[in-house]
Design a protein around this ligand. Structure first.
Ligand SMILES: Nc1ncnc2c1ncn2[C@@H]1O[C@H](COP(=O)(O)OP(=O)(O)OP(=O)(O)O)[C@@H](O)[C@H]1O
Ligand SMILES: O=C(O)C1=C[C@@H](O)[C@@H](O)[C@H](O)C1
Length: 171
């Protein structure tokens, strides 16, 4: 499963990994939106962030029980669910805050990409959140991969290789 800050590229890396491995990619944010039948920003504005975090926990319990042999991309705060390590191998996608924001802003759909993320509305608060989250991502991860300016196919190949090595070491 892929963890990391909003907009680092978990979604497109998961799709590329799915393509390379023949597995299906699931996205936790998408699962929650379809379960709640609401957009994430509507869940935040109508029900509040704690309600969203409860939905993340529910998704995490469901994933642990029911899903294997899949690539899972997660929301930026999913790292805080307590059973994350029981779901599968955790891969942290790393990039620095400024590169992440630069990449989001240069996307043709930048406005939409920012609008859909309630925690990206205030850039200074988002930077603080990044600084708080970084050590948590690093503590939880089994593998850390650098994203900055690398072709997504190379990143996905590195992930496949390193997860394979990790599993060999453990067996
Ligand atoms: N083909 C691409 N090449 C380079 N950068 C891209 C490409 N597609 C998307 N990006 C950039 O990578 C970032 C993440 O894209 P992605 O589509 O994975 O978004 P996401 O799934 O919403 O991100 P995340 O899941 O990490 O929150 C965005 O900032 C986007 O601008
Ligand atoms: O970093 C976060 O806490 C979030 C990231 C998004 O992927 C969404 O899960 C939601 O907007 C919260």
């Amino acid at each position: 499963m892929l963890i990391g800050f909003m907009g680092v590229g978990k979604g497109r890396t998961a799709r590329c990994l799915a393509d390379q491995t023949g597995m299906f990619a699931l996205d936790c944010d998408d699962l929650i939106e379809s379960y709640a039948n609401k957009r994430i920003r509507t869940i935040f504005s109508e029900d509040g962030e704690p309600a969203f975090r409860e939905l993340e926990k529910k998704a995490a319990r469901w994933l642990e029980k029911n899903v294997n042999a899949s690539v899972i991309s997660t929301g930026g705060g999913f790292v805080n669910v307590e059973n994350i390590k029981a779901i599968g191998t955790v891969v942290y996608l790393h990039s620095d805050f400024d590169s992440i924001i630069k990449s989001i802003k240069s996307h043709p759909n930048a406005e939409k990409k920012i609008k859909k993320r309630p925690l990206l509305q205030d850039m200074e608060a988002a930077r603080k959140l990044y600084n708080t989250r970084l050590p948590i991502y690093r503590r939880v991860a089994d593998v850390e991969v650098f994203m900055a300016d690398r072709p997504v196919a190379r990143v996905a190949e590195e992930i496949v290789e390193r997860v394979k090595m990790l599993k060999l070491k453990k067996s």
